[in-house]
Write a protein that binds this ligand. Structure first.
Ligand code: PAF
Length: 286
């Protein structure tokens, strides 16, 4: 595996690798877990070359968020990627990504605005900007993201569609199902912040979400099911709930009645120092 941190070397290496066939990109911020590795394996099934980027993107952390504390473990991550047979690790420095004088921001309205966008001002501008740059740097044929960050995926697809990106084309931006621990907690680099007690309590999140979805399916009004979900989280060790909403799966417009088209339950809640997010399908009524 080549590890590259200069853009000119990246372009040269990708040009050579492209001769073997399709190039897949898996963008990450490192602190890799099985969820990331499942994206790498899915990329391997679809492309001749797998490129993984590791970049803890300062522009997607608001003031007071966990940028400094965010886990950084490049050596351990490299070993995991090498074992997966990844051809290229793109690990730019912040100065290489945002050189002196950097002044451009990509802001995707609409789909960015509610949910995590409301709780984390500027976060999705930072994500859209860095992902657009990663796409332009690597020019992958396909790119893979986890569906755990459902809103992020919607923002990235909107950005790719609106800017007419062709590497990758919006249809080649693939969302992969959330990987879960055996008790159902969604895998996340931020789970590393949890104490043993908080980790045990954190399972309340997927369980309460499943209970709310079942309640909606059996006729409980959406607002009552969401109120029950919030109460379950607070009783189960979470300190606060940023949001719990049922939304149209594509536009993320909030729904107040049982869904008649693909819908998602999206939740963000805080436990200890961690802010955990999760989302699940809400079956169409009837
Ligand atoms: O999901 C992440 O890890 C990040 O938001 C991403 C897409 C790599 C952009 O920094």
């Amino acid at each position: 595996m080549q590890t590259i941190n200069r853009l000119d070397s990246l372009r040269e290496a990708v040009a050579t690798l492209r001769e073997k066939g399709k190039v897949a990109l898996v963008p990450t911020m490192g602190a890799l877990h099985s969820g990331h590795l499942s994206l790498v394996r899915a990329a391997r099934e679809r492309a001749a070359t797998v490129v993984v980027s590791i970049f803890v993107n300062p522009r997607q952390f608001a003031a007071g968020e966990d940028l400094d504390a965010y886990p950084r473990q490049l050596e351990a991550d490299s070993a995991l990627l090498r074992a997966e047979g990844v051809e290229l690790l793109w690990a730019p420095t912040p100065a290489a990504m945002y050189p002196d004088g950097y002044a451009t921001n990509i802001s995707v309205s609409g789909v960015s605005e509610g949910l995590c966008g409301a709780a984390r001002p500027g976060h999705f501008d930072g994500v859209a900007t860095v992902v657009c740059k990663l796409f332009n740097q690597v020019r992958p044929d396909i790119a893979l993201f986890g569906e755990k960050d459902w809103q992020q995926l919607a923002v990235i697809r909107r950005m790719a569609r609106d800017l007419d990106l062709s590497y990758p084309h919006v249809d080649a931006i693939l969302g992969m199902p959330t990987m879960r621990e055996t008790d159902g907690l969604a895998m996340s680099s931020r789970n590393a912040y949890l104490t043993a007690q908080q980790r045990a309590d954190a399972v309340t999140l997927p369980r309460a979400m499943q209970a709310a979805i079942a309640a909606i399916g059996s006729g409980t009004p959406v607002d009552a099911a969401l109120a029950g979900l919030e109460a379950d989280l607070l009783a189960g060790g979470f300190v606060s709930v940023d949001y719990a909403q049922v939304c149209d799966a594509a536009s993320l417009a909030p729904l107040t009645t049982a869904p008649v088209a693909p819908a998602r339950l999206l939740v963000a809640a805080r436990i200890g120092k961690a802010r955990l997010i999760d989302n699940m399908d809400v079956p169409v009524a009837g």
